[in-house]
Structures are given as C-alpha cells and as structure tokens.
Design a protein around this ligand. Sequence first.
Ligand SMILES: *[C@@H]1O[C@H](CO)[C@@H](O)[C@H](O)[C@H]1NC(C)=O
Ligand SMILES: *[C@@H]1O[C@H](CO)[C@@H](O)[C@H](O)[C@H]1NC(C)=O
Ligand SMILES: *[C@@H]1O[C@H](CO)[C@@H](O)[C@H](O)[C@H]1NC(C)=O
Ligand SMILES: *[C@@H]1O[C@H](CO)[C@@H](O)[C@H](O)[C@H]1NC(C)=O
Ligand SMILES: *[C@@H]1O[C@H](CO)[C@@H](O)[C@H](O)[C@H]1NC(C)=O
Ligand SMILES: *[C@@H]1O[C@H](CO)[C@@H](O)[C@H](O)[C@H]1NC(C)=O
Length: 643
Amino acid sequence: MVVSFFLGLLGALSQHILYKRLHHTAPEDPEKRIRLVLYGRALAYFSKITFGGCVILCYRQRIWRTFRENVLSVWAIDRLFLATEDLSLFLHWETWGKATLPTLMALVIWLIPIATIIMSPGALTFGVFIQRDTSSLSVPTLNFTAESYKDYRVPVFAKDGTTKKKSLIFVNTTDPSATAPGWFDYYDKPASDIERVSLMSAYSLKNQSLNREDARYRSCGGDFNCTYTISFVGPGYKCEELAHGADDDKKLAELGAPFNTSYLAPVGRLAYFAQVDIGEYLRPQTELGRQGVPLNITNDVGVFKTEPILWIGYSVNTTDPPDPRFKDTWTSKYDPYVFQCIHHETNYTVQYNYTGPFFNTSISHNFLAPIINTTYARYDNGIPNYQDFVPASGFVSPRTDVPLYKKTAVYHAVGQSLRKFLEGKIEVEPPIPGPATYARPYSDITKTRLVKSNSFPVHNLHIELQDFYADMILSLFSAPNLLVIAEDRVEVNTTRYKAAFIYDAGKLWGCYAPVIFFTLIFLIIGAWTVWEDGTTFSVGFSRIMVTTRNSTLDEISRGACLGNDPFPMELMNTRLRFGVLTEGGEEMEYIGSGDGLQGLSHCTFGVASELTAIKRGVPYAGLKYTGPKYANNGLGSKKEKME
Ligand SMILES: *[C@@H]1O[C@H](CO)[C@@H](O)[C@H](O)[C@H]1NC(C)=O
Ligand SMILES: *[C@@H]1O[C@H](CO)[C@@H](O)[C@H](O)[C@H]1NC(C)=O
Ligand SMILES: *[C@@H]1O[C@H](CO)[C@@H](O)[C@H](O)[C@H]1NC(C)=O
Ligand SMILES: *[C@@H]1O[C@H](CO)[C@@H](O)[C@H](O)[C@H]1NC(C)=O
Ligand SMILES: *[C@@H]1O[C@H](CO)[C@@H](O)[C@H](O)[C@H]1NC(C)=O
Ligand SMILES: *[C@@H]1O[C@H](CO)[C@@H](O)[C@H](O)[C@H]1NC(C)=O
C-alpha cells in the first residue's frame, strides 16, 4: 500500500517535472512534440495505476471489516467483491447504508482515472504566449557632435566601409587647399538631405516622425515588438506664449516683438502671421570669387550673430459671439495669440514603441541653453534694432572654436529647414458686410499638419510646433547614411508572440491534490485496519474458498452450485456475516474431526445467529498461527486424509 502510494507520488512529480521542462519550449519536429505529450500521458497512466492500486488494497482490507461488522445480503457481498469492475454497487441503499466507507473508497477508485488520465494532461497545452525579454541592443540615436569634427575634404565612411556618411550642412571656405594661414570653412546652407527629410516630414501630415522601413526589425533585434528609450542632445525650439487676446501687447513690446496682436483678427485681417527671419544668416556672406572664396575676408564672414527668433501670431475662430467692439464686422469671436520660440540646445528623451507594423514615440524635452545667446540691440529710444545683436561675446565665429561653430551651423541648418515652412501669413476677410470669402494662405505652413483643413492653425500651436520640430529631427533616422546617425547600446524590452507548450502547474496539482488527499486518507485507514485486525486480507478465489466452509451455507445454496446466472433470488437476499462459528452443532463436529484442531474455532461466512465476532490475536483454524498445535495439526490432518 505504502510503496504504491509513493510510486503514485513519484509519477505525479515526474509528470510535473516533464511539463515544467516543456513549458515555453517548442520542438521544431512535430513528431517529437507528439512523443513528449505521450510521455506525459504515460506518466499520468502510471499515477493512475499506482494511486488506484493503493486504494484498491486499502479497500480490500476494509471490506472484510465490513463483513465482520454488518450482516449483509449476498447481493451486497457480491457487489462489494466486484466493486472495481461493476458500477451497480453505487445503486444500492444497502451498500451505501451499511458499507459506507468501502463504497466511498470504491467511488474514489472509479474517479481516480478521471483526475489522472483524463484531466491531468490538460495542464499542458500548446498555444501562443507573450515572450518578454530585456536585452542590451544597439539602436540608432543622434549625435550632433559628430558634425563638429567633420571636414568636407575628408570623407567619412560608415562601418561597412563603402557608404559615405553625409553631413547636414554645406560649407564654403576661404581656402579650398586648407593651407593658407588663418584659413577657415564657413557655413553655406542646409545640405540636400536635411532639406529632403524636413520636406517629407513636414508634408507627411502624420503626427509622427519618418523612419526606415526595417526599423522595427533592426532596433528590436529581430521579429519582435519592442520599446526602448534613447536620449541625445540636439536642437529644439522652446516656445512661450506672450500674448492672448486683442490688446495684450505689453510683453510683446518689452521683448521687442516685430508685430503685435493688432495684426491678427479681429483687429487685423490675419489668421496667422510669422516673422522668423530677423537676423538670418546671409547668403552669400560677402562678394565671392572663384570656388566661393570671399574676395574680401572681413571679420564678419561666416559669423553667427543670432538664431532667428520665431515670432508667430495666430487667431482662433471660436464659436462664441463676437465682442461688442467688433460686432459690425465679425460674426464670431476671434482669439489672437502671439508666441515666440527660441532655438535651444535640447536634451531629448525619446521612447520608441514598435508594435506590429507601427511605431510611436513619446518625446520629452529638457531645454539646456540658447544655441546663440544674443538679443536685439536697441536704439537710444528703446526701439529694437533688428540689424544688430548684443552681446558680441555671444557670437559664434568660424575662426576660433571650430567644433562649436560646426555644431552651431548644423543646429542652424536644421532650424532653417523648419523656418521655411513657417514664414508667411494667412489672411481672413470679415464676413460683414460680405460677401463671405475663404481664408487666403500665403505660407507653406498650410501644407503641414499645423494647419487644419479650414486653413486655420491648430489650437495650442506653440506646443504643436515644438513637437513638429522634434518629429522633423527624429525623421533623420529615415536617412541612415547621415553623419549624425549614431548607434547606442540601450536596454530594449522585447515582446513576441510565440507558439509553444504552456504548462499550468496549478491545473496539474488541481487534478492530483484530491487524488493524493483521498489516497493518503484511505492509506491511513487501511494501515489502521491492518493494525487493528492484526492481519491483511485479500479477495482471491482461495480466500473465498476458505471463508465459506460452513454447512449452513451448503444447506442454503442447495440447487445453485453451478454459479449460473440468473441466480436464485431467494439466495441473493439471504443475509450473511463473516465471523467465528460458535461451538456445538454439526459444524463443530465437522471442524473438530482433526485431532489437533480441538478447541480452535474457525472463521466463515454464515448467518448472524451462528456467529460471534472475530477477535484480534486469537488463533483460529485456518488463520496463520505459528504455535506448535497448528503446525502439527497441518501435518496431522494431511496424514489423516491420506490414510
Ligand atoms: C558623438 O560623437 C563624438 C565624435 O565622434 C564622440 O566623441 C562622442 O563620444 C559621441 N557622443 C556620443 C554620446 O556618442
Ligand atoms: C501694435 O502695432 C501697431 C502697428 O505696428 C502699432 O501702431 C501699435 O502701437 C502697437 N500697439 C502696441 C500696444 O504696442
Ligand atoms: C558659398 O559659395 C557659393 C558659390 O560657390 C555661393 O553661391 C554661396 O552664396 C556661398 N555661400 C555663402 C554663405 O557665402
Ligand atoms: C468662424 O466660426 C463661425 C462660427 O463657428 C463660422 O460661422 C464662420 O464661418 C467661421 N469663419 C471662418 C472664416 O471659417
Ligand atoms: C506600445 O504601443 C502599444 C500600442 O499602441 C500599446 O498597447 C503599449 O502599451 C505601448 N507600450 C508602452 C510601453 O508604452
Ligand atoms: C506585435 O504586437 C502586435 C499587436 O499586439 C501583434 O499583432 C503582433 O503579432 C506582435 N508581433 C510579434 C512579432 O509578436
């Protein structure tokens, strides 16, 4: 019983270990997959045999106790002996009533295969699960510092050794051979690539940057979905709202804005107005000779004195009724806003999220410092002088700090690519006295997502503009041959849907727990019964043969000795018990015929009136008894028979 129980435990445990090892693996070979599943079922079958075997042994132990304690009909005795192959045991009140425990045990014997063979393999399924991983991968990032050390005379090659890496700027020089004393290179204009990328990004109308087609595959390190975060330093526009509403002009005047809200509807006739080229770098810088070399190299050649501030005003058409002041021209309230944006060196933190065929980015800015820290000079009367900038210490010259100059030039070029979309205006005509007209755009901004389909700029333009610019910068990733594209190792969180074995340990133990629980209980009951009875029992033919040596039974069963079916009903309903045949009567004669058996009663099935209870430790005829009497008797009776 005990060995059987522990073998069952071992089977369940082996099944658990096998399934655990299969969890989240997927053998390529389908044959092997099937074989592994069958191994699991074989273990389940093994558990069934061993747990079932244990309960059956306990059951056999227990039914003899029941036969001793209760008077049962031959029907019920039959059923109890046949419990493991005949379900009719459970249909009789007599067995439930008088042999409750054995009937329960038999029920468990029947239920064990359901839990083990049928249910437990269900803990292992083949399906799709989300595989999550974190790995350190090389992902594209931007490094504008790389431009600082770029000399157009020296080609820079990509890692593969063939593709040339392109700069974002074109430069002119004072000496193409780079030999003349005091020679320097100076900024000319944005390179074709940044022009192309900014144009595509601006015109794409998507609320998203451009990217390479195979970006997900490359960045995620294979066919995965992934998220990761990069950070880099680049140019960014820091925008600040300065005026909201007609006549809110105080701040604008203080800062030397080139226009005020009176330009915008409802006072003026503009829905959008941008002044973005004050202090723009001149092209050409000076009179040029052959190969773009300046004829007369002044101190100002190539110097960045300022980054043009973006002065942008726009008016939003609300659905509210107009102010009384403007009632005779407008039918709705127009809300003018003016903001400025200053070009800053910016620390970007960008989270890339590649999911399926798409990706999205969430960008956060941390503005570090203005790229060129100068402002408008003022005339004595306080009016800003848009031709001059102060302080001169803020200028960035190509002669002194070349790396700083080149980086500034690249920032300037990127900003310049944005500014060309912002220049211009959008005019609106008041509907009164009419006739009604449409807004008239004179700006490329209407080709971007910053303007809605009705030709009015979007709400919160100053926020949208920052993101628009950031998207334009991230769109550089769509041109992998640029010098600013670098690689960085970052932690990439990858997820992938993977088909594999999935093991649910809870399900497996959910099946085995009741089996183990009941088997253990019955094992304890069985062991207890063995100890109480002082012997073990079995149900083979031999045991039936020796336990029915009773002439009363001979009498009762007269005429039914063939064991035929159907069996006489009367006999089936006879109520019997297992016990010690009381002394006296013909049975005594029969038993007592052997000389050595004198005084030893024997155990048998019989009618209740002729039996007494079996007691532990009492030697009975037929029961194993190692005393001398019994041993002699065995030989003696044999001898007698032979005689
Ligand atoms: C950017 O490039 C420069 C020059 O190639 C290099 O010195 C620097 O370490 C790079 N910075 C990052 C963050 O990769
Ligand atoms: C706004 O600009 C207009 C035109 O340049 C000017 O006449 C007006 O005085 C300005 N308003 C303020 C408050 O500065
Ligand atoms: C650079 O040189 C080209 C001619 O080679 C000229 O057209 C251009 O204006 C020059 N750029 C600057 C900023 O002087
Ligand atoms: C402004 O909004 C009002 C009310 O929604 C509408 O009647 C009017 O046509 C709009 N004006 C323009 C120029 O779209
Ligand atoms: C990535 O994008 C998908 C789909 O837009 C979203 O369900 C998921 O939560 C995002 N993951 C992260 C880490 O933001
Ligand atoms: C990526 O995520 C999408 C959406 O959740 C899913 O349809 C797709 O199968 C995933 N791709 C991979 C390779 O797991």
